[in-house]
Design a protein around this ligand. Structure first.
Ligand SMILES: Nc1ncnc2c1ncn2[C@@H]1O[C@H](COP(=O)(O)OP(=O)(O)OP(=O)(O)O)[C@@H](O)[C@H]1O
Ligand SMILES: [Mg+2]
Length: 265
């Protein structure tokens, strides 16, 4: 199982949007995808619950499924992720996740141990994270093989990248997870009609070079509306075709970099 964390402490930059489209991209390739929602806002969980309802109907919530805060118990976890059909499963966010912020450092390695216990049942794991620095983000970065950082062309978001890359470097250098690979910075919600966006993207490419993914996600209504499905499966006119093409290109690039293409169960 390869694990990709989607991270940026700035809110609203597209973490969940990227997480859900990557997850669907993997599912459609026939991979068994484990979706982990580490954000108490539960947006990613909602997407996967909708998939479960489409695939399996309303099953009630009787099954005691593994919840995200329980990942912090490490390899002593007992319940399984919630099956969503098509080989996908969800470790849903719960309110107790809020307490992760006050855990000691040693507990932040527990999700990695928990995921390694589940690894034989999945090919790909996508972790959506909350808009925060510190413990919850560290836990995701320690558990992941790869990290993708979506960022909007917003000055506050761009200014925050230094802290984000600082945290990623800390995780690598302190050997909490020395093998963590930054797959890249993903420019999101770019509006080419705005000079600010064009200049900001150019400056990011100058300063960060290859760290910035070639693929860019533009500001598209279709991307905004696709919450329960991948953007290439919604019907909403002309912007949808472009949005779908751009999103698939980005997913392809990320999968190529993580060597996930051609990997079938
Ligand atoms: N490329 C895009 N074009 C249009 N709308 C977008 C695009 N990317 C994201 N959005 C919209 O922007 C909003 C924020 O995106 P999203 O929820 O993915 O961000 P986030 O980083 O997960 O936010 P949070 O930090 O609150 O978890 C959502 O309404 C989403 O649909
Ligand atoms: Mg989110």
């Amino acid at each position: 199982m390869k694990t990709i964390a989607i991270a940026n402490q700035k809110g609203g930059v597209g973490k969940t949007t990227v997480a859900r489209n990557l997850a669907f991209f993997g599912i459609e390739l026939g991979l068994r995808v484990l979706c982990i929602d580490l954000d108490p806002q539960r947006n990613f969980s909602k997407t996967l619950r909708a998939l479960r309802e489409r695939n399996l109907g309303d099953q009630g919530d009787n099954e005691p499924a593994l919840m995200a805060s329980s990942l912090f118990e490490g390899d002593s976890i007992e319940s399984l992720p919630l099956a969503c059909g098509e080989g996908a499963a969800l470790v849903a966010a719960d309110r107790e996740l809020v307490d992760v912020a006050s855990l000691s450092l040693e507990h932040l390695h527990a999700p990695r141990a928990a995921l390694s216990k589940l690894a034989s049942n999945f090919d790909l794991c996508i972790i959506d994270t909350a808009p925060t620095l510190g413990n919850p983000l560290y836990a995701a970065l320690i558990a992941a093989d790869f990290v993708v950082c979506p960022c909007t062309m917003d000055q506050d978001a761009i200014d925050g990248l230094e802290d984000l890359f600082g945290d990623i470097a800390r995780v690598q250098q302190l050997e909490w997870n020395a093998d963590l690979v930054t797959l890249g910075l993903l420019a999101n919600r770019v509006n080419t009609r705005r000079a600010f966006d064009r200049n900001a993207l150019e400056q990011l490419r100058d300063e960060l070079g290859d760290v910035v993914l070639d693929g860019v996600l533009y500001d598209r209504a279709a991307t905004q509306y696709a919450k329960d499905r991948p953007v290439w499966r919604v019907q909403s006119g002309e912007s949808q075709i472009l949005a779908a093409r751009e999103m698939k290109a980005v997913c392809t690039q990320i999968f190529d970099k993580a060597a996930l293409k051609g990997m079938k169960p």
